[in-house]
Design a protein around this ligand. Structure first.
Ligand SMILES: *Cc1c(COP(=O)(O)O)cnc(C)c1O
Length: 415
């Protein structure tokens, strides 16, 4: 967090008369980061944004001109994409698409549908037939693995609800051969998430390419593209050591040149890696207390705004922003050189965002700024549990000294 962001939050606090509680997004950082990522991609590689990571409108507006398109997983996300850009390519995946969603996707002109089961393929052929449409698809395959990874979430290589069991490929090829309204463009693999190892990620792509080549040969397929998923990670434990994108793309360039058939494109659909770093969740320390040997900082808000740390059972990284103002006529409580557990306002012992983290000083009234909260943070949280107010969402452009707010600090909860 920089001085400008602090000044904005101070102003919000003064106008609302409420403790600070806000998501802050640095749109300049987002633009610089994502343009850097996209511009380094080698030929025949494309970047889509997996919008479930953060589908707030200003984020989508910032990203639309930078990425090749949006990856969506519901009709609601198709609508969000179309509201931001009537033309942007949309690719549509997800394990439980309804008939209505498939029809809406066809009508919205999505570029590719990622088919995740045999039944879904039959339904899509049926629905596309009724609309007299031709639909381009990728088959999402759940490979048996094992994978050369060091990731924290697995969508394949073990039992999960995603994609088509690799053992069913022969059967699905027979079905495809009879389809008249569905055209197979290639395969989709999104097997892991939060992967932090550059060369292992290339090894993973190698497995995908080899599998696809094998099926293309075996079934005489004319494939044009492989979706190699997202899953590039963020190192929440050591912020200074992030996935080295420059190293990765240099390995990728060599890999594409040597191992990917000339007329194939590789599509990436990243979420976390694109938006995590632009966001902060900043909240004010309401109380400090010690219970049975553990020290707690109780902050405004909590995991109903920011579920990521409790979902992943990790200590989310934060910095303490010292605030000098003190409104009361009595002494301010403070601790020095202690291990502190940061909790929110919810009445559940699971409302923990970081546990026993050493801090040099913390006072009631200081702010805690959680970092890397631009992805899977607000978007995955259960906002109305306990009916506390929502945080403000502050969109900052430091370079031109501009900012705007959506949502209000301290606004009472309304249905
Ligand atoms: C969530 C998801 C992504 C994005 O994953 P990240 O780990 O955020 O990059 C990509 N593809 C599919 C199919 C997904 O479900």
């Amino acid at each position: 967090m920089n001085n400008q962001m602090e000044a904005i939050l101070t102003q919000l606090k003064e106008t609302s008369g409420q403790p600070v509680c806000a998501y802050l997004y640095d749109l300049d950082h987002l633009r610089a980061h994502v343009s850097g990522v996209v511009s380094q991609l080698p030929e025949r590689c494309e970047m889509y944004y997996a919008m479930k990571a953060n589908s707030e409108r200003p984020i989508l507006e910032e990203l639309a001109p930078l990425v090749r398109g949006f990856e969506v997983a519901s009709a609601g996300e198709v609508k969000k994409a179309r509201q931001v850009d009537g033309q942007i390519p949309i690719i549509f995946g997800g394990p439980g698409k309804t008939d209505t969603e498939l029809v809406e996707a066809i009508r919205a002109g999505v570029k590719l549908i990622h088919v995740e089961s045999m039944h879904e393929l039959m339904r899509l052929e049926h629905l596309a037939g009724q609309l007299n449409a031709m639909v381009s698809i990728l088959l999402r395959i759940n490979l048996a693995g094992p994978f050369p990874d060091a990731a924290t979430l697995h969508m394949a290589g073990r039992p999960t609800q995603f994609g088509i069991n690799e053992r069913e490929v022969p059967e699905i090829m027979k079905l495809l051969a009879r389809c008249k309204h569905v055209r197979l463009e290639g395969f989709h693999f999104h097997s892991i998430s939060n992967h932090l190892h550059e060369s292992n990620h290339i090894s993973l792509l190698r497995i995908y390419v080899q599998k696809a080549k094998q099926w293309a040969d075996e079934y005489g397929l004319e494939i044009t593209r492989l979706n190699v998923g997202g899953g590039i990670g963020v190192n929440y434990q050591t912020l200074e050591e992030q996935f080295d994108w420059s190293l990765f793309v240099s390995l990728l360039a060599e890999f594409v040149e040597r191992e990917v058939p000339e007329n194939w494109k590789l599509m990436f659909e990243c979420g976390r890696f694109l938006t995590a770093s632009c966001g902060y969740y900043v909240t004010e320390v309401l109380d400090l207390k010690e219970n049975h040997g553990e020290r707690y900082a109780v902050v405004r808000g909590g995991t109903h705004h920011f579920r990521l740390p409790s979902s992943w059972q990790h200590n989310h990284p934060f910095e303490i922003v010292p605030v000098e103002q003190w409104a009361y006529p009595f002494a301010r409580k403070e601790w020095e050189a202690v291990d502190v557990t940061v909790v929110g306002q919810l009445c559940t012992p699971k409302d923990v965002m970081a546990r026993k983290v050493p801090v040099s000083r913390i006072r009631i009234g200081d702010w805690i700024a959680f970092q890397y909260t631009g992805a899977y943070s607000w978007s995955i949280s259960h906002h109305d549990f306990l009916s506390h107010p929502h945080p403000a969402h502050v969109w900052v452009r430091p370079s031109v000294n501009e900012w705007s707010v959506t949502g209000k600090v301290g606004e009472a909860w309304t249905s």
